[in-house]
Design a protein around this ligand. Structure first.
Ligand SMILES: Cc1cc2nc3c(=O)[nH]c(=O)nc-3n(C[C@H](O)[C@H](O)[C@H](O)COP(=O)(O)OP(=O)(O)OC[C@H]3O[C@@H](n4cnc5c(N)ncnc54)[C@H](O)[C@@H]3O)c2cc1C
Ligand code: SF4
Length: 337
């Protein structure tokens, strides 16, 4: 057991002051951080509990979008009538994640920050560049069933495990943060990183910065969306591959297409250049299959996970077809009018 101290921050200013020291971690729902501490993967010297901060509200923005406080639980977010009606893609992705008990504890900010589920990252007896920079990557040449097929490096082939983040990538959310340098915002696509030479860095949050909220734009894609998650069992399992598909269709033709993939890379994967080729296209399964091949053209399997390349292509076709039809696959997706 590693000793650590604990403080409960009363306001954001105190949280930022406390968070500025080395080896400090913010504690939100604790569903990932405490597991990692028990496994000796994370060893903070101090925990700053942020649960008293006033960051648990969902509010309208001046741009007709929604601002989601970092402490809104995954359960409350999925159940919010505005989210269900205007951003059913997000509600659907949230409900595909974890279990009801976990979603009650897990927060919006913590979900962005959750760490990879790579087996070797959790096993402190094995080398892992993400856990201990420079020690090597046990997954390369090891068991790779859950690992990346896109954007990996020879330093790390881990994937980001979140469902919620895949929907946020497709919806083009914004992340609002505050830290010792003051507040700033970044596009969701710029939040998470690819591993490159620095796989220990999951995202572009600077040291001591606190996520305060996630902002959703007005464009909600509520008419044509689908979140399709393929996993080993129907509940309580991380995605092998997931697809968030958001389409705008005018006069039978696609006028906008946002497609994000989960379970395939170190971050939710999007290719705006390939998405742009769908603009003006008629809805057709053959066209979707061609699109899926293009999106996966750079994919590279590691052996055990080669199946993900074909799986992802098929999942994309299915999700796009469902989105175009306006018939998402899940019972939880019933639209509120
Ligand atoms: C058994 C199990 C199954 C799961 N299945 C799924 C699944 O299918 N899909 C899925 O998407 N997720 C799944 N999860 C992961 C779960 O969604 C995350 O653990 C959860 O979202 C993390 O949120 P939290 O509030 O508990 O974060 P915490 O555990 O409190 O924190 C996680 C990290 O985020 C940091 N952090 C928290 N809040 C902030 C903030 N506001 N600003 C800056 N840093 C912050 C913490 O310092 C820590 O490093 C599963 C988890 C478990 C345990
Ligand atoms: S894939 Fe990444 S997280 Fe997994 S062992 Fe290699 S370096 Fe560690």
């Amino acid at each position: 057991m590693n000793p650590f101290s604990y403080v409960r921050a009363r306001d954001v200013t105190q949280a930022i002051c406390e968070g500025a020291a080395a080896d400090v971690k913010f504690l939100a729902g604790g569903t990932n951080l405490l597991d990692l501490m028990k496994e000796n993967v994370e060893r903070p010297q101090r925990l700053v509990d942020i649960n008293l901060l006033p960051l648990a509200q969902i509010e309208e923005t001046a741009e007709s979008g929604l601002n989601i406080g970092a402490l809104v639980s995954n359960a409350d977010l999925a159940a919010d009538p505005r989210v269900r009606k205007r951003y059913p893609l997000l509600a659907s992705a949230l409900l595909a994640g974890a279990s009801p008990q976990l979603r009650n504890m897990a927060t919006t900010g913590g979900n962005l920050m959750q760490r990879t589920r790579c087996y070797y990252f959790y096993d402190v007896a094995t080398p892992c560049n993400k856990r201990q920079p420079g020690s090597g990557c046990s997954a390369v040449g090891g068991v790779t069933r859950i690992h990346a097929i896109l954007g990996a490096s020879d330093q790390c082939i881990a994937t980001h495990p979140s469902d919620m983040c895949v929907a946020l990538a497709a919806l083009e959310a914004k992340v609002n943060v505050v830290g010792p340098g003051g507040p700033r915002s970044m596009a969701f696509r710029d939040f998470h990183r690819l591993p490159g030479e620095t796989p220990h860095l999951d995202n572009n949050l600077a040291s001591g910065e606190l996520i305060t909220s996630i902002e959703l734009p007005q464009d909600d894609f509520s008419q044509h969306y689908s979140y399709l998650k393929i996993r080993d069992r129907l509940a309580y399992a991380f995605a092998l591959v997931s697809v968030a598909a958001a389409l705008r269709i005018e006069d039978g033709r696609i006028s906008a297409a946002h497609i994000a993939l989960g379970g395939v890379a170190h971050k939710p994967w999007r290719c705006p250049d390939v998405e742009a080729t769908l603009k003006g296209a008629q809805v057709s399964e053959n066209r979707f299959a061609e699109f899926a091949r293009d999106l996966l053209s750079e994919a590279k399997g590691q052996g055990d996970n080669d199946f993900k390349i074909v799986l992802a292509q098929r999942a994309i076709v299915r999700a796009l077809t469902q989105a175009a039809d306006g018939t998402p696959q899940s019972q939880t997706d019933k639209r509120i009018d």
